[in-house]
Ligand binder design. Structure first.
Ligand code: ADP
Ligand code: 5GP
Length: 206
């Protein structure tokens, strides 16, 4: 079967990056979609690794050129998913993992809903989210407040997702994520179903 897409959303500080990092050796060939953003790099972030860091002008040129599968304005900055590397990874049979916000999930569903498995990742409470964001200490107080306010809105979109991972104990959340990655690979897109049926009828499926 060709690749599959796993969309992860959830409040900033939910533990998405931590879970993916810890689960990575156990989920088979995957491509973590590197988004483009106009936000400033955090300490230790490198261009082309965590994100492609663009100016607003560069980002808007990308929008014009139709480079993005989806893009959204989150916390006052643009974030978007480039189409080309996603196509390549899918053709290579990889699981493509997106870490995008709830607006991005909606747009991606509209564009390629048949290929998508999605999960909302959240800590057990808003209080715990706040504690983790402060402990991570990568943002200023103003930015933390903005992210918490945004989280209150995002949690309301939870019923738009196929699955929920409650990131309380990290080990359990990683186990859930590994199961989810395997599940996502079992979801064929519309085109793949057609091909499968054709080959099955021809007796060529083994
Ligand atoms: P996200 O990628 O969703 O923004 P991170 O993976 O950066 O979130 O996690 C935010 C902070 O919370 C980090 O400092 C991380 O070490 C911590 N963290 C993640 N998962 C847990 C957990 N289960 N228990 C306690 N702290 C956690
Ligand atoms: P951060 O600044 O903490 O890296 O990310 C902030 C938010 O932007 C997170 O909710 C993250 O999921 C979201 N995000 C990151 N990349 C994309 C993207 O390509 N598209 C959309 N729509 N959201 C993104």
């Amino acid at each position: 079967m060709s690749g599959a897409i796993l969309v992860l959303s959830g409040p900033s500080g939910a533990g998405k990056s931590t879970i993916i990092r810890q689960a990575a050796p156990r989920i088979g060939p995957y491509y973590f979609s590197i988004s483009s953003t106009t936000r400033a790099p955090r300490e230790g972030e490198r261009d082309g690794v965590e994100y492609h860091f663009l100016t607003r002008t560069e980002f808007e040129a990308g929008i014009e050129a139709g480079d993005f599968l989806e893009y959204a304005e989150v916390h006052g900055n643009y974030y978007g998913t480039s189409l080309a590397p996603v196509h390549t990874a899918l053709a290579e049979g990889k699981l493509v993992i997106f870490d995008i916000d709830v607006q991005g999930h909606r747009l991606a569903r509209e564009a390629i809903g048949d290929r998508i498995t999605s999960a909302f990742i959240t800590p057990p409470s808003l209080t715990e989210l706040e504690r983790r964001l402060r402990e991570r200490s990568t943002e200023s107080e103003t930015v933390i407040k903005q992210r918490l306010a945004n989280a209150r809105e995002e949690i309301r979109a939870i019923d738009e997702f196929d699955y929920v991972i409650l990131n309380d104990a990290i080990e359990a959340a990683v186990e859930d994520f590994v199961a989810l990655a395997h599940t996502a690979r079992l979801k064929p897109g519309d085109r793949e179903r057609e091909v499968l049926v054709g080959r099955w009828l021809d007796g060529r499926l083994n």
